[in-house]
Design a protein around this ligand. Structure first.
Ligand SMILES: [Zn+2]
Length: 88
């Protein structure tokens, strides 16, 4: 079993986490003009980086979304960071 570091809670078992999306993947906008194919591509066709990857994860226990840099081949966790605050 892997262990992932939540920036708020610390290191926990991987079963407490859920992968959300590859970081930097732009959501197609505006939503009313997005085709079904564009939306399906956004949801299901990622790059699935081999090696170093930046990903958004959810720690289901505390509800925090955060950025994790990891190596998908070696399973090394490089960093775990809070997401920047969204501007309003
Ligand atoms: Zn947490």
């Amino acid at each position: 079993m892997q262990h992932f570091p939540c920036p708020f809670c610390g290191v926990r078992d991987e079963t407490e986490f859920h992968f959300v999306v590859e970081a930097g993947k732009p959501r197609p906008e505006p939503a009313k003009d997005v085709s079904d194919d564009q939306w399906a591509t956004y949801l299901h066709l990622g790059k699935a980086h081999r090696g170093k990857a930046k990903e958004i994860w959810l720690h289901q226990t505390c509800g925090l979304y955060f950025l994790m840099n990891r190596n998908t081949v070696t399973r090394e966790i490089i960093s775990s960071e809070y997401l920047p605050e969204a501007e309003e």
